[in-house]
Design a protein around this ligand. Structure first.
Ligand SMILES: [Zn+2]
Length: 374
């Protein structure tokens, strides 16, 4: 039976997430989870500041006499850019790492170049082999699971961990954070750390063997966490991080330019979020982004509902992007429309490690605890 439509009374998440639940006041499970995570993972009090000082000192100490004391992934977006800006303010010496998967906008490339120059940081750009990546990307589109960005997300994690291990750097500082990103239904995405579904989806739909694609299987992951003791630090959780203010600071201090939407620094990402997800999967990620901002007090519910009335994708850019994406992926219009009309699948339809992750959840928790400063 079709579930009756319901929207949260506090945020704007609704039953387009099939797993959402509501309490007697109509407040949703995402709001509850947000509060729990904020309490645990945000460190804004006195003790949190002391912890941050300890972490910064530890990174500097361990990085003495090394060229870099930490690694940082930069996408060119607000969160990772602001994290890099703050890391420099704290006196850290990061090597910035950028993944070029072929979809960057010109603006994002300019933003990154300017940013590393102004902050006096070295940049390493990892360029994916386009033919291989294109084929993998097509495999994901053909698999009909919603999150076709999993290969990109997996690659950046793999590159960061591998490089950290290679260079003997123990710290990866990330821009991922609670106050702008905490809410994202697991039915809309799947943890990109798991190599198994990527491998299997490509085995089913791919044509080219993956030779150089950066991967991290479960054993390699265990190795970098337990043997190399590499840690992830979500720096933005250690001070009051406000997105609007951050944008102003970046514009003023670094000449950074805004893209007009979350993750819009990549042409494919904005096409996925603005076209494929809403049309094929009935997923509008703005709901999750705005809901997070509501929970963190950076937006009102009324403002979010107003914003939602606006076009998710300005029609002229949409048409342009659509033609560009189809051509770059080497598809014909008909082939693309066929992909769009295929029945929706989830990662559960493909071999994955979720059984292992659930059965050995204590190990996963331990690994997460080992790998993060919370
Ligand atoms: Zn809610």
């Amino acid at each position: 039976m079709e579930r009756q439509y319901q929207i949260c009374t506090r945020c704007i998440m609704d039953t387009t997430d099939p797993e959402i639940q509501f309490d007697e006041n109509g407040v949703c499970s995402h709001c509850r989870k947000y509060d729990e995570r904020a309490k645990k993972e945000l460190h804004l009090d006195e003790a949190g500041q002391q912890k941050l000082n300890r972490i910064i000192n530890e990174i500097k100490e361990k990085g003495k006499n090394k060229e870099y004391d930490c690694l940082m992934g930069v996408s060119g977006g607000v969160d990772s850019t602001f994290a890099l800006f703050k890391a420099r303010e704290f006196g850290l010496r990061p090597l910035a790492i950028h993944l070029d998967n072929g979809w960057n906008t010109e603006l994002s490339v300019k933003n990154i170049e300017m940013l590393v120059k102004k902050l006096n940081v070295n940049l390493f750009t990892y360029v994916l082999d386009w033919e291989e990546f294109r084929d993998l990307h097509l495999s994901f589109l053909k698999s009909s699971i919603a999150n076709s960005e999993i290969p990109t997300d997996h690659a950046i994690t793999a590159i960061l961990f591998r490089m950290a291990a290679e260079k003997g750097i123990q710290y990866i500082i990330s821009g991922s954070n609670i106050v702008t990103e905490a809410i994202m239904p697991s039915s809309w995405v799947y943890d990109a750390t798991d190599w198994k579904p990527i491998k299997n989806i490509h085995k089913t739909f791919g044509k080219i063997k993956l030779k150089s694609f950066p991967k991290l299987n479960i054993f390699e992951l265990a190795y970098v966490i337990f043997v190399k003791r590499i840690k992830y630090i979500s720096l933005l959780n250690y001070f009051p991080y406000n997105k609007k203010e951050a944008i102003q600071v970046l514009q003023k201090e670094l000449g950074w330019k805004y893209y007009g939407g979350k993750h819009y620094e990549s042409i494919y990402t904005r096409f996925l979020q603005g076209y494929i997800l809403p049309r094929k999967y009935n997923i509008d990620k703005r709901k999750a982004h705005f809901s997070t901002l509501i929970c963190s007090g950076q937006m009102t519910r009324k403002e979010a509902l107003e914003e939602m009335k606006r076009d998710i994708y300005p029609p002229t850019i949409m048409q342009e992007d659509k033609g560009y994406v189809i051509k770059k992926l080497g598809l014909t219009e008909e082939e693309f429309e066929k992909i769009m009309s295929q029945p929706i699948k989830t990662f559960r339809d493909y071999p994955n490690n979720s059984f292992f992750f659930n059965k050995f959840s204590f190990l996963v928790k331990l690994a997460k605890k080992k790998a993060t400063y919370n």
